[in-house]
Design a protein around this ligand. Structure first.
Ligand code: URA
Length: 197
């Protein structure tokens, strides 16, 4: 974790950081089973109006090297559009950059080792607003002891940014179009849209 943090912190710009992350082997199991390191998407021009942060790549993301391009990504795109948010202005990132086998939840040790990349990505992109999608991302920003129910629906100030935490689109898929997570995610994205500077 210290080595990743040191390398990441020394990266002066996004391309240098991305190249270093793509060759990361800090987590032996993930490095052996992944096809791509999913570094994340940045808006053309380099500055992000807001950042979306997920948990870790799934199968489609691992296959393509791009974040949120599978079923969760399709629903995310739909809800962003419905909320009036433009994915083209967003940085799309994950807490963990490699797909955990079988889409298991990343281990705390993997989150710890990978964290230096996300920390530096946020420094370089400096988004004023961050939307944490799902509990893993919410915990990364707001602490290990939180529940989503307790933190969602409002902004939390973390390191000078407004951090929102909401449902992961995969929960919205799991509970269906009439389930609470889809409605909650959409409501939270609408609130984010209204809050944008
Ligand atoms: N789920 C995530 O958390 N991140 C992705 O990039 C894709 C699915």
């Amino acid at each position: 974790a210290e080595e990743v943090a040191r390398i990441a912190a020394a990266a002066p710009d996004w391309p240098t950081l991305a190249a270093a992350a793509r060759s990361c082997v800090a987590c032996p199991e993930l490095a052996a089973t992944r096809r791509h390191v999913v570094v994340g998407d940045v808006p053309a021009g380099g500055r992000a109006r807001f950042a979306l942060v997920g948990e870790a790549p799934g199968a489609q993301e691992d296959a393509t090297g791009r974040p949120f391009v599978g079923r969760s990504g399709a629903l995310l795109d739909e809800l962003l559009a419905e909320a009036g948010l433009d994915r083209g202005h967003a940085a799309v990132l994950n807490v963990v950059k490699c797909r955990p086998p079988g889409n298991r939840t990343p281990k705390a040790s993997e989150v710890a080792r990978c964290s230096g990349w996300l920390r530096r990505q946020l420094e370089l992109l400096d988004p004023p607003v961050v939307v944490a999608l799902g509990l893993s991302a919410a915990k990364w920003f707001l602490g290990r002891r939180i529940t989503l129910a307790a933190v969602r629906g409002r902004a939390h100030e973390v390191d000078g940014r407004a951090v929102w935490a909401t449902y992961h689109p995969s929960a919205a898929l799991r509970f269906g179009p009439n389930g609470a997570p889809r409605a909650g995610l959409l409501a939270d994205l609408r609130a984010v849209a209204e809050s944008l500077p």
